[in-house]
Design a protein around this ligand. Structure first.
Ligand code: GLA
Length: 461
């Protein structure tokens, strides 16, 4: 039996007492090749869906209960009731990702009945091969799966690309239910990916373009073994960066308003010639003049933005969707802006390099991206830095952290003919010597670009 059939068999056994006819869903994880912490600025990203995924059997129920089991008995199960406002589980529960996707559908999917009593819950059993807390979007995969299974249980199947785009946008918005102020990369990669290609994604409006990977190379994932769950500290550190970037946009927006009478700048991604009518040179100058190198505190923010102290605090609070708390070292607006602007241009240039099959050039952008993530956005950690260095020495043409950072995985571009020695050297030096591990296959593996999420089959006993 192939691995997929074995997994389906395991799912069927775990669901045997339910006595339904099930639908089979597959929802992939994703790895971001380049464009880190750019999506929440409406700047582009270049990820791919991977052949690590969640398989799930789901069937509608007559009532409003949602019941989910993991085929792996370690995680157990959970259940909740559909409602106009579904109360979250305690922070950190994986069930909140399901609730996030479903809540957003209840709030926003237009063809659903408005009356909660008319909606149907579902029974579901899942089996995942996406490493959790690794920066491979295991959580967004749950959001998308929850939304798709809920829609399907209520007679709505996602068929055309317009619906997929809408669902991706809604799932991105919906995931904020869990407390992260994330962008839309993960949900878009998961829903819009095409087998065999990476995906350049632009936002606002959401649009995608498949990008071929260079022939003769593989994408290799290496987990630092530092877990970075999107809860507590990591979430705070992530959300802080999103606020700092919004502050950069506000400061530049204010400058453009005063200097050129241009308004409507909400995100760094709005700083384009099309939106402002300014040349790239004028935009770069505006950014330079509007955002000063030293960290920002409330008094200087208030003065630069032309608002009162109280208004500045409220503004920062609403950007972070929480009460205002100033970081001890102040807001690092200048560094974050420098990261996002340079990363944005690396994404555009990477897409070009990949179109031309230029693996070496793409690898250089990956390496530069890691340095910028480490020094300017400050989302790396010593383990990720060590792992990327060892990877390059072991022959990767490009190596960088991937995903939210603060731990999790690196993504590496490795030539096929160097794969065996690459695996050997990274295994020995990082996993055996640094981490004291004897086995590392589950941490170090190659992935291929996979299809987006889909309902694969119906009517399964
Ligand atoms: C997480 C978020 C994404 C994106 C990445 C960083 O995965 O969910 O929206 O911001 O971090 O690039």
């Amino acid at each position: 039996m192939t691995e997929t059939l074995l997994r389906i068999d395991r799912l069927q056994r775990a669901a045997a007492d339910w006595n339904h006819r099930f639908s089979l869903f597959r929802v992939p994880g994703r790895v971001n090749l380049i464009g880190e912490h750019t999506d929440y600025n409406n700047c582009p990203v270049l990820p791919m869906a991977v052949d690590r995924d969640i398989l799930a059997l789901a069937a509608p129920r007559e009532d409003q209960t949602v019941m989910i089991r993991d085929a792996n008995p370690v995680f157990g199960g959970l259940s909740f009731k559909l409602d106009y406002e579904i109360t979250p589980f305690p922070t950190g529960s994986w069930g909140n990702y399901f609730k996030a996707g479903i809540q957003e559908m209840i709030d926003s999917w237009r063809d659903l009945p408005y009356d909660i009593e008319a909606l149907r819950g579902f029974d579901m059993v899942i089996d995942s091969t996406i490493p959790p807390a690794a920066g491979m979007s295991s959580s967004s995969a749950l959001v998308v799966l929850g939304a798709m299974a809920f829609l399907s249980s209520n007679g709505i199947e996602i068929s055309d690309s317009g619906q997929r785009l809408l669902l991706a946008d809604l799932c991105a918005q919906g995931e904020r239910y869990t407390g992260t102020q994330g962008g839309g990369m993960d949900q878009a990669a998961i829903l819009l990916a095409e087998r065999g290609s990476a995906l350049k994604i632009d936002f606002h409006p959401l649009r995608t373009q498949p990008v071929k990977l260079p022939e003769g190379y593989r994408i290799v994932i290496a987990h630092s073994t530092v877990e970075a769950p999107k809860t507590q500290q990591t979430m705070e550190a992530y959300n802080r960066r999103s606020v700092e970037c919004r502050l950069a946009a506000s400061l530049i927006g204010r400058f453009l308003e005063r200097t050129y009478g241009i308004d409507g700048i909400g995100y760094i991604g709005d700083l384009t010639t099309e939106k402002t009518g300014l040349t790239p040179h004028q935009l770069a100058e505006a950014a330079d003049q509007a955002v000063l190198p030293s960290p920002y505190r409330i008094p200087r923010l208030a003065e630069s933005l032309g608002v009162s102290l109280r208004e500045a605090e409220q503004m920062v609070g609403s950007m972070g969707k929480r009460d205002f708390i100033e970081p001890d070292d102040g807001y690092q607006v200048h560094r974050r802006l420098a990261h996002v602007l340079s990363e944005w241009s690396r994404v555009e240039q990477s897409a070009e390099a990949l179109e031309q099959g230029d693996a070496q050039r793409f690898g250089e952008y990956m390496n530069a991206s890691h340095a910028s993530c480490r020094d300017l956005h400050e989302i790396s950690c010593p383990e990720l830095d060590e792992l990327t260095e060892i990877s390059r020495e072991a022959g990767a043409v490009g190596s960088r952290l991937t995903g939210a950072g603060f731990g999790g995985c690196t993504v590496n571009l490795v030539e096929n003919r160097r794969l065996a020695s690459y695996f050997r050297e990274v295994g020995e030096r990082y996993y055996r010597c640094s981490k004291g591990l004897e086995q590392w296959d589950r941490h170090l593996f190659a992935v291929d670009p996979a299809d987006g999420a889909a309902l694969l089959e119906k009517d399964i006993p």
